[in-house]
Write a protein that binds this ligand. Structure first.
Ligand SMILES: Cc1cc2nc3c(=O)[nH]c(=O)nc-3n(C[C@H](O)[C@H](O)[C@H](O)COP(=O)(O)OP(=O)(O)OC[C@H]3O[C@@H](n4cnc5c(N)ncnc54)[C@H](O)[C@@H]3O)c2cc1C
Length: 494
């Protein structure tokens, strides 16, 4: 048994935000991450961070936009906690060394994205915000932090509603058991459940599946956000084209140059993401080719160096001003039910970032609110932990005997999820995918997709087991919500 004070699962923005505050206050932190420490959605983020710092803005306006985009399904207290703490936390981050893009006088530049009624997105390195923010956060960690790369967390050690740490497999194949006073789950979303996604390859819903097996409360799982503009090369997704491109004047057109958002929504190309995604998807399904027309954007390559790079790498000639796009899975609004201060329904177990559901995003996330969520709720969770005292309960954690007998391929799961739980869902078809998932439930588990024997399961099998568990839970939640709301667009019958 490895004894430690605080274990954090994942190495994205939420993990590093909480780790930074804890380590600067002398707390020992062990970060366990399943691949390289830079493998995360946070590192891929482009557009920026929304924060009410401009002269004409205030956090009440940010609050209103967050609720409107979330279809008022948000937890309004969580939203207020986010937007009201944001200006001070971001200013502290800037004062500690983070450099966001500024004009020649040193004033922050504010970009615009969908469903924001004002320019309030700060960015770094043009459209390399995630990379720059993560670089800064990594550089601020001190000697109190140990980062174990290629160590996948397999299970949470939870008994009688108390968490006592985690079980992992390290890069040498050893199963490790950690006893921790505090366990913080920051495993991100579920994008890899879909064939077209902006998400990092490691984002397979592990945290949700582990939390479900450990009996935690989950919430709002049916709400999966699709981003309208993934770079589309011959039907394959080759990365994201940030919404900031539309914020700066990019326009969605079809192969004949017809604007596709005209008459669809009053905000046109900057309508909420679910609206734009459905419009693009409808056209795509009917055989049209959709492009982002960037001819209105002056100095595109300087403002969007990362998007320019992925376009050039994939043979898109930017001098023609047309970038081929299609929608893809991007963000999960649902997750492990948690407070903005990280507490979940299990004592000693905290959930933060995209893996958590504090209700802050409602039925549809407002653009650029999730890096912010990681920074702000990460900090509040660290403060919360520092103001409490907890010693890991010492208990025998009985590991399961059940064995996985058969699993589908990742490809099969992704295709089924897109077909049944995609941008448009047909309610009468959903039982078909639920039944399909159920056909993989191993014999002898304590509940559908319950715990299995870890020694006899490889990491690759566990990842797929986590994907089918999460897919099954999302499908069940989607079936239960019979009315369309935000990103959950459901039609009674096909
Ligand atoms: C291409 C792209 C662009 C985006 N642009 C923006 C933007 O401009 N602004 C914005 O606000 N949001 C943006 N988002 C969303 C935002 O980046 C994410 O919601 C946010 O970074 C999530 O942070 P996180 O710390 O919760 O999770 P992540 O950054 O995804 O980190 C999760 C970590 O957990 C690790 N992990 C997962 N499972 C396990 C396991 N079993 N064991 C150990 N480790 C595990 C992963 O490897 C990863 O390191 C974007 C997302 C993408 C994909």
């Amino acid at each position: 048994m490895i004894k430690t004070d605080i274990v954090i699962i994942g190495s994205g923005i939420a993990a590093l935000s909480v780790a930074n505050t804890l380590c600067k206050n002398g707390r020992k932190v062990t970060i366990l991450t399943k691949s390289l420490k830079t493998s995360s959605n946070s590192n891929l983020a482009q557009g920026g961070i929304s924060v009410a710092l401009s002269e004409n803005d205030n956090f009440n306006m940010h609050y209103d936009d967050t609720l409107e985009a979330g279809c008022y399904f948000n937890n309004s207290e969580s939203v207020m906690t986010l937007v009201s703490n944001a200006p001070e936390i971001i200013m502290d981050f800037i004062n500690s060394g983070m450099r966001f893009d500024t004009d020649e006088k040193g004033n922050l530049l504010f970009g615009k994205e969908g469903a924001h009624h004002i320019n309030r997105i700060i960015h770094a390195g043009g459209d390399r915000t995630g990379q720059m923010v993560m670089k800064e956060l990594f550089s601020q960690l001190n000697e109190n932090v140990t980062i174990n790369e290629n160590e996948m967390v397999l299970e949470l050690r939870v008994k009688n509603n108390e968490c006592g740490g985690v079980v992992t497999r390290d890069e040498d194949g050893n199963i490790n058991r950690y006893e921790a006073n505090y366990t913080i789950l920051a495993t991100g979303g579920i994008g890899q459940l879909y064939p077209c996604t902006s998400n990092d390859i490691t984002i397979t819903g592990d945290g949700l599946a582990m939390a479900y097996r450990a009996g935690l409360e989950l919430s709002a799982l049916e709400f999966v956000q699709f981003h309208p503009t993934m770079l589309n090369i011959n039907g394959k997704t080759m990365g994201l084209v940030s919404e900031a491109v539309r914020g700066d004047g990019g326009i969605l057109v079809n192969q004949d140059g017809v604007r596709i958002m005209e008459g669809v929504h009053k905000l046109k190309d900057l309508a909420p993401r679910d609206v734009v995604s459905r419009a693009v998807y409808d056209r795509y399904l009917s055989g049209e080719s959709i492009y982002l027309d960037i001819s209105n954007i002056y100095g595109f390559s300087e403002r969007f160096p990362y998007v320019s790079e992925i376009c050039e790498r994939n043979g898109v000639d930017l001098s023609k001003n047309l970038i081929p796009v299609r929608p893809g899975a991007h963000f999960h609004m649902g997750g492990i039910k948690a407070k903005p201060t990280g507490e979940t329904s299990v004592d000693g177990l905290y959930a933060i970032g995209e893996a958590a559901c504090t209700g802050v995003h409602g039925a549809n996330r407002l653009a650029s609110n999730s890096l912010l969520e990681g920074l702000v709720f990460g900090k509040l969770t660290a403060d919360n932990i520092m103001s409490s005292e907890r010693i890991a309960p010492s208990f025998e954690f009985e590991e399961a005997d059940a064995e996985i007998d058969r699993l589908p391929s990742k490809n099969e799961i992704q295709k089924k999820m897109m077909k049944f739980i995609g941008i448009v869902r047909y309610r009468n078809k959903i039982p078909e995918i639920i039944k399909w998932f159920e056909s993989f439930i191993p014999a002898g588990v304590d509940k559908p997709f319950g715990r299995v024997n870890l020694e006899k399961t490889t990491n690759q099998q566990m990842e797929i087991y986590n994907m089918i568990t999460t897919g099954y839970l999302i499908a069940k939640a989607a079936f239960e919500r019979s009315e369309s709301l935000g990103a959950h667009y459901i039609i009674d019958k096909e």
